[in-house]
Design a protein around this ligand. Sequence first.
Ligand code: ATP
Ligand code: MG
Length: 570
Amino acid sequence: MNNMKREAEDDGGKVVHFIRQIINRDIENGKNAGRVITRFPPEPNGYLHIGHAKSICLNFGLAEEYGGRCHLRFDDTNPVKEEQEYIDSIIKDVRWLGFDWGEHLYFASDYFGQMYECALQLIRAGKAYVDGLSGEEIRRYRGTLTEAGVNSPYRDRPIDENLDLFERMKDGEFADGEMVLRAKIDMAHPNMNMRDPVMYRILHASHPRTGDAWCIYPMYDWAHGLEDSIEGITHSICTLEFEAHRPLYDWFLDALGVYHPQQIEFARLNLTYTIMSKRYLLQLVKDGVVAGWDDPRMPTLSGLRRRGYTPAAIRDFSERIGVAKRDSIVDIQLLEYCLREDLNKNSPRVMGVLDPLKVVITNYPEGHVEEFDAINNPEDELAGTRKVPFSREIYIERDDFMQDPPKKFYRLAPGREVRLRYAYYMTCTEVIKDEKSGEIIELRCTYDPESRGGYTQDGRKVRSTIHWVSVPHAVDATVRLYDSLLTIPDLAEADKKDYMAYINPDSLKTLSHCKVEPSLRDKLAGYRCQFERKGYFVMDSDSDPTAGVLVFNRTVELRDTWARIAQAGE
Ligand code: ATP
Ligand code: MG
């Protein structure tokens, strides 16, 4: 029954996963007057990654779907690790994904005053106390999964003393770590999170937004439910690791007697060959393993954007992976599949030669130039055509020629005829090599003038069509090819503790002598296209088209190469 429900789809063809089921039930029961208010609550201590995108698409997506709203709320409760740069990047990334929070942009730090008042309320109710144990002692007194904890000697301080000490904590009378405020719950509780959890700690640190106004900062569990409650969130969706925190989330809100949202946990996204920990990602940036948070190899949204990913692909992916209650790892091929689906539909096709080999067409008139009509996008009739210049000298891909081709190589070889895309049939007549190195430096070919446009009257067939760029019209370009940053699919299964042991040393390959067709000269950074036969590319922000500097990142190859890699590994 449950399974049937899970597989069911709604009118829009969307899977009615367990969170949609919960919301549907709530609406049926008239809970929250049928409203759906969600939030995405990042801590501004790093850049967002593809895992966050799942949470963003889920929270904003559900709000859209149910005619509700989703808040963007910065959970900025730890000034030591948080920075304005991160806040700015997060805003940019959520917008880029195509979501809008309207006027509902919030900061946990805006509630510090209210949180403080609520803490006083709990102290007055005898439900919180100031503890003078050190951090180390608190850990020791907490007990273990099998042993009850021990009450702190300060647990039964009189309420007045607690109020006094807490105020002095706030006023900066104590050093970091000297005192904490704890909830008075149960030191023998089977759930360790309920053993008098810390609510406030002293941190003499400047906060990006509140400056030096506070030197006590709320802990996540204390702060988060309150933030949800203050904003009137109906469904507080978070990842599974908070399941064991839910009793505490509930306890705080009940103890205060305030509006009580429902916390719902789902499994976080893990992706093969992908580092999904902010801490590790920060380390990659700090150690210079990558060029920054937006390095196109990074799984950050800024990295994926620079790599050429589209918001549509990421949103499609987020919907396809669904929402589950158990952790699993999603194959990165699925993300790339979604990407290709979108790029295939929307990318203009161009010709670019990554590893050029010069060809002189000996029977083509010198100085003559022809223009051929090239189809911009076979998947999109409205995309039209463009003119591509052709001349006596062209570049082809070095690996489209072999002097001694093996059986299944159908492309150019001595004496062999191939089709030049949109242009002519061409036959290789001579191979020119560097005398010293023996390297092939040029080919001589002849073309068939009767095959204009790439087709012959006599219906003669060739087995291969290759792309090309006219030498006098070619534009220089640098192309960056990427491979995954990790050498193993799942870091959780790594033998060594040090993730650096699994970093792929060949994740970036730069080709600096590429030749691309002239239509690319007047494109701008961010321009996405397909280099025919070579993959999908995006013009990188390092380009300066007016100065003739073109840099392209390969977003993804045309076909799935992972299957091939897996086979090779067998
Ligand atoms: P940390 O809390 O360790 O700094 P985090 O990745 O949880 O790291 P947050 O800023 O707390 O970072 O995340 C914001 C929201 O994104 C949270 O609600 C979190 O549950 C969600 N989120 C984070 N990582 C993933 C993931 N891999 N898959 C799905 N949701 C995620
Ligand atoms: Mg978190």
